[in-house]
Design a protein around this ligand. Structure first.
Ligand SMILES: NC(=O)c1ccc[n+]([C@@H]2O[C@H](COP(=O)([O-])OP(=O)(O)OC[C@H]3O[C@@H](n4cnc5c(N)ncnc54)[C@H](OP(=O)(O)O)[C@@H]3O)[C@@H](O)[C@H]2O)c1
Length: 140
């Protein structure tokens, strides 16, 4: 990183398995908060802008949709750690951008997201039995 001297660092890394984080709090903290702390130090040192990919999970979901000024209330370990990480970015960096994204989908190497998995299963003519939450609304 020091040799490359980036103008912008986009921090996508985190422990994103929300249920797993509940039982593995320290690992979640390391991969989500400490990774941010480390990149923050690097961004400062290199005078690079730090773009932090956060999440709508910083909200409790009771009274959405939310705007940037809405009060946060993270419910899960994952969400609490994402919030702590974004607060560190907002407090410590001179140049930053925090994006609270939700329901990310599209083509990706591991084909992990919901939409691309459904499309693939349809193309492969797999019969689908979907068990899905029916009480969640999101604005991808
Ligand atoms: N997908 C969504 O709908 C969504 C919604 C809101 C926010 N986000 C945020 O968007 C970002 C990307 O999410 P994603 O869905 O693409 O998740 P993902 O596929 O799990 O990507 C996260 C990546 O971070 C890497 N990573 C974790 N800790 C690391 C560390 N200490 N050093 C280096 N790499 C590390 C993981 O590597 P390994 O695979 O090797 O573990 C993984 O490749 C995350 O910050 C997530 O919180 C995603």
């Amino acid at each position: 990183m020091a040799a490359f001297k980036p103008d912008v660092i986009v921090h996508c890394g985190a422990l994103t398995h929300v249920d797993y984080c509940e039982a593995n709090i320290e690992e979640s903290y390391q991969k989500t908060v400490v990774s941010t702390k480390n990149l923050l130090a690097l961004a400062k040192q290199l005078e690079a802008k730090l773009v932090f990919i956060s999440t709508d999970y910083v909200f409790d979901g009771i009274d959405g949709p939310y705007d940037e000024a809405a009060a946060v209330n993270p419910l899960s370990v994952y969400a609490k750690h994402k919030l702590e990480a974004e607060q560190r970015v907002l407090a410590d960096s001179t140049s930053h951008l925090v994006l609270r994204v939700t329901n990310v989908y599209g083509n990706e190497a591991r084909n992990k997201n919901f939409v691309s998995r459904i499309i693939e299963q349809c193309i492969n003519k797999q019969t689908l039995t979907l068990k899905l939450p029916f009480d969640q609304y999101a604005t991808p």
